[in-house]
Design a protein around this ligand. Sequence first.
Ligand SMILES: Cc1cc2nc3c(=O)[nH]c(=O)nc-3n(C[C@H](O)[C@H](O)[C@H](O)COP(=O)(O)O)c2cc1C
Length: 159
Amino acid sequence: MVLEKYEKVVKHTLHPAKITMAIVKDKNDKFNAITLEWFMRTSIEPPMFAISIAHSRYSYECLQNFRYFNLCFPSPELVEMTKVSGSKSGRDIDKFAECEVDYFPGKLAKLPIIKNAAATFECKIISQVKSGDHTIFAGEVKHAWYDTERRVITYKDLT
Ligand SMILES: Cc1cc2nc3c(=O)[nH]c(=O)nc-3n(C[C@H](O)[C@H](O)[C@H](O)COP(=O)(O)O)c2cc1C
């Protein structure tokens, strides 16, 4: 064991990492997707997921306004969308139009359920807490969808 700078030590712990996308909606009813590595399950009963979103993201604005998100676990077929959603901003583009993915409206808030995702959890925001330059949004899972034929991707699939 050696004592080192935070940045160096945290890099050593990063992988393997699961990747997800939060699907949100802006105030003009445009859907947006943001790629996330910082998410976790936080409750069994009720089932809950938390996502950590930087204040600079367009998705942060969306979540302040519309208090629902779909947590979409991409399959290998959605690698391209996951890359676009993690590198471009919904302020500048319509990610759903650019990526041409098929989806249908969810049961909770009509946010998109992407057809070839491995799984999607429809969540309602219950609480939020500021965490440095991010805010953690905790969402209660209201509906869960999956496709047994499709696997979830990890960070490695994006490289
Ligand atoms: C692999 C990967 C993981 C990411 N994880 C997070 C994250 O957990 N939280 C976050 O705020 N941004 C994260 N980002 C950055 C956002 O996805 C990126 O800034 C995105 O373009 C923001 O889109 P928006 O402005 O439309 O919200 C990640 C990006 C990548 C490629």
